[in-house]
Design a protein around this ligand. Structure first.
Ligand code: SF4
Length: 248
């Protein structure tokens, strides 16, 4: 059994093709810019058996391109590694293309046990030099998990949220590019703008974040392109690797 927050029956933004998205409940990462803080509570959401969850997902298969995609996200899916593994394995047996969207949280053995069994890893690096600045992630653990991906054949997409004065400094972006350079199975880099919905979602919970007190924390399309250029130069990767998400 595991806990989920919700299911999205159709998405084109969470991996290749068309996909169902399952949001796992529970996240210990505590990102200051999280736009889904309701997913943090490990006791919230719905308790469900992975096979029952898959039966629910099967209802949406006729509306998806082949092969149907399933993205496991959250919350932090690796907070429930056994549940994530069971769902991924069962879905793959039924012909689903399974992507895992993770912050790289947790010990490397538990991380590898899940990522070895999916078709795509979407790894959100919160900060390549000091993730503690805006989350509870340890740099050493995050880097160990990131580097462990190089031992696998699974394709990896690197995801990054650009937030002025927090993750957008040139030095920080160059460090991100260097991390990207070191991973031979890296397929794509997606740089997203800060999602301003975060503030209203936190306010609904009567929470506050130092990020909201910047004026304004949002970034422009030009700033995303500039960030991509810095990462590109530091990584030596080709244009095709970069995917612009200014409208995401
Ligand atoms: S890892 Fe994702 S769900 Fe968890 S706090 Fe960060 S942004 Fe929110």
């Amino acid at each position: 059994m595991g806990r989920i927050q919700s299911i999205q029956s159709f998405s084109t933004l969470d991996g290749p093709g068309t996909r169902c998205v399952v949001f796992f409940q529970g996240c210990p990462v505590g990102c200051l810019f999280c736009h889904n803080p309701e997913s943090w509570d490990a006791e919230g959401g719905e308790n469900i058996d992975p096979e029952d969850l898959l039966l629910r997902l099967e209802r949406f298969r006729p509306f998806l391109q082949a092969p149907p995609g399933l993205t496991i996200t959250g919350g932090e899916p690796l907070f429930q590694p056994e549940f994530a593994l069971k769902l991924a394995n069962s879905a793959k047996k039924q012909g689903w293309h399974v992507a895992l969207d993770t912050s790289g949280w947790g010990p490397t053995d538990a991380f590898l046990a899940v990522v070895e069994n999916v078709d795509l890893v979407m790894f959100s690096i919160k900060h390549p030099l000091n993730p503690k600045l805006l989350s509870r992630l340890e740099l050493e653990q995050t880097l160990a998990n990131w580097k462990s991906l190089a031992l696998l054949k699974v394709p990896v997409w690197l995801r990054y949220v650009l937030i002025k004065n927090w993750t957008g400094q040139h030095e920080t972006l160059r460090a991100l590019g260097k991390l990207a350079k070191g991973l031979p199975n890296l397929e794509k880099i997606e740089i997203f703008p800060y999602n301003s919905l975060a503030e209203s979602n936190w306010k609904a919970l009567h929470w506050d974040s130092p990020i909201f007190h910047q004026n304004p924390p949002a970034v422009t399309e030009e700033e995303i392109k500039e960030a991509e250029l810095i990462v590109k130069e530091a990584s030596g990767l080709l244009d095709e690797v970069f995917s612009n998400h200014t409208n995401a």
